[in-house]
Design a protein around this ligand. Structure first.
Ligand SMILES: CC(C)(COP(=O)(O)OP(=O)(O)OC[C@H]1O[C@@H](n2cnc3c(N)ncnc32)[C@H](O)[C@@H]1OP(=O)(O)O)[C@@H](O)C(=O)NCCC(=O)NCCS
Length: 253
């Protein structure tokens, strides 16, 4: 079984966001990362019908273990997860860590966010210009008032709002629900976006951090803090490959 040690590094930033591309991991690499998972994760991985989904699941869950191990100064395989009734994953062991974390996976890209500042959520979506549904998103996100946008701007707005929406409700420990108030994505004077709830004038609920906004991928983090949070983004591919070889890993220097 793959055994890796976590790097005992200080954490100069308040929020770390790690991303990886599952497509960069061949069968052997995925199988090695599979060795980091527990029995429950392996059973879920085995249930995916498509190899691309299985690979994405394995890479995400291995990444989550490696990232949290670094923060907890623990071995990745010693971490145990449980779930709140609404579906939010929580740490069972080590307990009382004060860590907030979230992950998201798609076939094209995955992400894991971790912080001690406040509850956090992350969402990653593959951008498909022909799949945007502005009708559906208007059930969950209040209109931003921008009219006459070009098609590519509307696509970009859709994916930013969608990932903000899912990241925000994950940070709240809930999924999407028609019972939730609509969110508003408002730009703060410092340029960052905030999440407000429609009909609630009592202040912003979260900050949004655009992790990636490319033609192929959109990834956004929501953190339930109204202050600016020092954030560092990492590409985890190299570290995951290193972890496969059993070396000291996830050094963020
Ligand atoms: C929870 C939800 C936001 C996840 O988004 P997604 O794009 O489907 O999936 P992601 O890959 O981004 O995230 C999956 C992870 O979210 C986490 N998650 C699930 N429920 C969560 C919750 N309530 N709070 C925080 N995190 C949650 C899990 O850890 C899950 O990981 P796993 O499946 O790898 O174990 C979404 O599934 C949802 O809103 N579900 C509620 C019900 C629903 O489907 N409503 C649709 C109405 S249109």
């Amino acid at each position: 079984m793959l055994k890796v040690r976590s790097s005992r590094m200080p954490h100069p930033c308040e929020l770390e966001v790690w991303t990886a591309r599952p497509g960069d991991f061949d069968t052997a690499a995925t199988q090695d990362l599979h060795g980091l998972l527990d029995d429950g994760e392996r059973a879920r991985a085995a249930r995916f019908r498509h190899e691309a989904d299985r690979r994405s699941y394995v890479v995400t869950h291995a990444l989550r273990r490696l990232v949290l191990a670094r923060w907890l100064e623990a071995d990745p395989q010693d971490i145990c997860f449980s779930q709140e009734p609404g579906g939010r994953p929580v740490l069972l062991a080590p307990s009382d860590s004060g860590l907030y974390f979230s992950h998201s996976r798609s076939r094209e890209a995955v992400a894991c966010a971790v912080t001690k500042v406040a509850p956090v959520g992350v969402d990653v979506e593959a951008v498909r210009a022909d799949a945007i549904d502005e009708q559906i998103i208007s059930r969950f996100v209040a209109p931003d008032g921008a009219a006459d946008l070009a098609r590519d701007q509307r696509v970009a707005r859709f994916y930013f709002q969608w990932t903000a929406l899912e990241a925000f409700w994950k940070a709240q420990g809930q999924g999407l629900s028609d019972g939730n108030p609509r969110i508003e994505c408002r730009r703060h004077s410092d340029g960052q976006f905030e999440v407000w709830l429609e009909g609630h004038a009592d202040g912003a609920r979260a900050r949004l951090i655009a992790v990636e906004q490319s033609e192929r991928i959109c990834a956004t983090v929501a953190i339930c803090s109204t202050a600016e949070v020092r954030t560092q983004l990492f590409n985890a591919n190299a570290q995951l490959f290193t972890a496969r070889q059993g070396h000291e890993m996830l050094s963020a220097g």
